[in-house]
Write a protein that binds this ligand. Structure first.
Ligand code: ZN
Length: 475
């Protein structure tokens, strides 16, 4: 029998709010342990939560970016369970009346075709405290850090529309881009600001039944999500072939061994309406106001970049993949460099160099002005692309302008015909066998001769001009 996988995801995203969800403590979980705390987020008996408007605004923007229907009334429930990271015994979450329902994301599937993946709903919930496991002498101890307690999250729950590891990974990438564009969330899986659980079940290909699913947790990169799903599909296929029943449970992904291991029976505690936090009522007017705060989203930007700058679809998609990148691209183009050269140089030279030097767009010393200066010198043939690459490296190391670097290090391209002829004469007399080959019809030899001439010019000659002169001379 051929099985198909049915995959749904639950994604927790930390909202980048300045304060926690129900108190005014700073939302900075990384500070020294237990410094951002108060009676409310220590969950002391009698403390009354006060819901923050900032959480609602950012959660709403995030939902709008995912095409969700914002509900005019939503409410918090107490999701009841006890664990040392939740000493009050319940988590405030929206179980019965979530902030939004529906929504969708478009991905490109394995066959290159667009595929629409639906969301079931998205809701707000508070994060729990963080447990830190250490040893004191030989005694294992667990410490609780409440800096994270009560920080704002949204949980996004998809419909089980995904069929492969590829679908799930593509979904997460688009989701991350959409949410990052809004500025509401950082969505970094390795930093833990985006966490994903996957529900996976199998069914005979073509059937529409939903079978018992297994939940997999503990993946801290998008690639791990793909690997864990692939492993789980294989494991469940073998179980079914051996007539072993699939039971509902939770498994952990082990990235070292690249397997999933059984953790516990899946636990669902009761959810009861919370009496302290008032219902959230959203008017159309307020929602429209939030929608007007959404920036131009990636799909619109791609279309505009194609139309306005003549980029190919792939170039436009690449330049729109991050908001900061797209803004940098446009800033460089506005200073006069031609869009396709800029897109090409950002993708193939600037981004790798930024990675090498450990810079983001916010911190890069290669500002839009300096980068556009470099690209325009290249376009005016004042330097060749070899030299431009060297100048780019120097832009990371010095504060000089590209023009100053070119002058100081003698990168200016040699296009002076007399000088180039001198170089060609030298190369031709030094490489008679290559010249003979060329004259005997081996036209590839010209590449070798141009290379030798470039070397002699210390990389500064205009390679096109050199080739013309060599052809003339050997004609
Ligand atoms: Zn607090």
């Amino acid at each position: 029998m051929v099985y198909e996988a049915v995959i749904g995801l639950e994604i927790h995203v930390q909202l980048s709010c300045t304060s926690k969800m129900f108190c005014d403590c700073p939302n900075r979980p990384g500070d020294d342990p237990n410094t951002n705390i108060c009676p409310i987020c220590l969950w002391l008996p009698g403390a009354v939560p006060r819901f923050s408007l900032e959480t609602l605004e950012k959660a709403t923007l995030a939902c709008l970016a995912l095409n969700c229907d914002i509900q005019s009334r939503s409410a918090f429930d107490q999701k009841v369970y006890y664990y040392p990271d939740l000493p009050k015994g319940f988590q405030l979450s929206q179980h019965h009346m979530p902030l939004s329902r529906g929504g969708w994301i478009d991905i490109i599937d394995e066959n290159g075709k667009p595929k629409n993946l639906r969301l079931h709903h998205a809701h707000m919930e508070e994060d729990v405290a963080k447990l830190v496991h250490e040893t004191e002498g030989r005694t294992p101890i667990s410490l609780v850090d409440f800096n994270r307690a009560g920080t704002p999250l949204i949980e996004i729950v998809t419909e089980p529309d995904m069929r492969s590891p590829h679908d799930a990974m593509a979904f997460l990438k688009v989701l991350r881009t959409q949410l990052r564009y809004t500025g509401c969330a950082e969505c970094s899986m390795d930093q833990g600001t985006m966490r994903c659980d996957a529900n996976i079940s199998l069914r005979p290909h073509g059937s529409d039944q939903l079978n018992t699913k297994v939940e997999v947790k503990n993946m801290n990169s998008i690639q791990h999500v793909g690997n864990a799903i692939a492993y789980e599909i294989k494991r469940q296929t073998e179980s079914l072939k051996n007539n072993e029943p699939i039971v509902l449970h939770t498994r952990l992904w082990d990235p070292e061994k690249r397997i999933t291991t059984a953790m516990r029976a899946k636990f669902e505690g009761p959810c009861v309406p919370d009496p302290a936090v008032t219902h959230i009522l959203i008017t159309d007017e307020w929602q429209q106001n939030m929608a007007s705060k959404l920036p131009e989203m990636p799909q619109q930007k791609v279309k505009r970049f194609v139309r306005q700058y003549g980029l190919t679809h792939d170039e436009a998609a690449q330049m729109s993949s991050e908001r900061e990148l797209s803004e940098y691209f446009e800033a460089v183009v506005k200073l006069g460099a031609s869009p396709r050269t800029v897109a090409n140089w950002i993708a193939t030279q600037l981004l790798p160099a930024m990675k090498e030097y450990g810079h983001e767009f916010a911190t890069t010393p290669v500002t839009a002005r300096r980068f556009s200066g470099l690209i325009m010198m290249l376009e005016k043939n004042e330097i060749n692309s070899n030299s431009a690459r060297s100048v780019l490296t120097k832009l990371f190391q010095t504060a000089q302008s590209p023009e100053e670097i070119v002058d100081q290090f003698g990168f200016r391209q040699v296009s002076d015909t007399g000088m180039l002829r001198g170089i060609v004469d030298q190369v031709v007399s030094d490489n008679m066998s290559a010249v003979e080959n060329y004259k005997n019809g081996n036209k590839k030899s010209i590449g070798f001769l141009v290379g030798q001439a470039m070397k002699l010019s210390q990389g500064k000659a205009d390679p096109k001009r050199l080739q013309e002169i060599i052809r003339e001379k050997l004609a």
